[in-house]
Design a binder for this molecule. Structure first.
Ligand SMILES: NC(=O)c1ccc[n+]([C@@H]2O[C@H](COP(=O)([O-])OP(=O)(O)OC[C@H]3O[C@@H](n4cnc5c(N)ncnc54)[C@H](OP(=O)(O)O)[C@@H]3O)[C@@H](O)[C@H]2O)c1
Length: 204
């Protein structure tokens, strides 16, 4: 599969994720697009393939479902497993109530999607990057993860959680250091770059 590279971007059915997939496709990258809305994935696949002459693979799953995440990544054809860049973008902000009036179902949705979903996808994809000793992981955070706003309590916490690994933590699992999302020594040694999109570096 001749290509500039392979991008996997989560949450490509709208917003930033769709824009990211379109930008990479315009630069001749083949892209793996994910989301829950299959009709949107199919429309984007058709659009990108026709407009940019690239290949697009669709994965329809809910990032909150670890089994579905694992099955989707494991089920990729071999040529699509050579992922160069993972962009963890799927996420959402719900509610603007102060904490004591907050909707706990909204909290659960944000925590499960923005934190746990990101972890599941990273855990499933990181071994593919590590195997090839190269790759980049970008987590889409938010300024809300640095500076909270009134009513943004739980959303801000989830976006802070996306940032915390950048504080140079290295997570150890048994005798083998496990790749963190930070630009840690282990990641650098193994050719894995982990980044976050810095403030004002994208237009929303
Ligand atoms: N918009 C902003 O101003 C802003 C600012 C800072 C950061 N962000 C962050 O940027 C990212 C994208 O935001 P956006 O504004 O582009 O949002 P958006 O237009 O609502 O798109 C969110 C994407 O995430 C996917 N998604 C949501 N829940 C999911 C789930 N459970 N499983 C799989 N996919 C899921 C959605 O796909 P499906 O619905 O098809 O599943 C959709 O493609 C988020 O992480 C957000 O926190 C946004």
């Amino acid at each position: 599969m001749s290509t500039t590279g392979i991008l996997l971007v989560t949450g490509a059915t709208s917003g930033f994720g769709k824009a990211i997939a379109t930008l990479f496709a315009s630069q001749k990258w083949n892209v793996i697009i994910t989301g829950r809305r299959s009709e949107r994935l199919l429309a984007l696949k058709t659009e990108l393939e026709q407009s940019h002459g690239v290949k697009v693979w669709m994965l329809c799953f809910d990032v909150r479902d670890e089994i579905a995440v694992n099955q989707a990544i494991a089920g990729l054809p071999d040529e699509w497993k050579n992922i160069d860049v993972l962009i963890n973008n799927a996420g959402l902000a719900l509610g603007k109530d102060v904490l004591q009036e907050g909707d706990s179902m909204q909290w659960i949705t944000m925590i499960d999607t923005n934190i746990k979903g990101l972890l599941y996808v990273t855990k499933a994809v990181a071994p593919l990057l590590i195997q090839r000793k190269k790759g980049t992981i970008i987590n889409i955070g938010s300024i809300a993860g640095k500076e909270s706003y009134v009513g943004g309590n739980v959303y801000s916490a989830t976006k802070f959680a996306v940032r915390w690994p950048y504080q140079k933590h290295e997570i150890g699992f048994s005798s083998t250091p496990y790749p963190c999302f930070a630009n840690c020594a282990w990641c650098r040694r193994n050719g894995i770059q982990c980044s976050e999109v810095q403030r004002r570096s994208v237009k929303s």
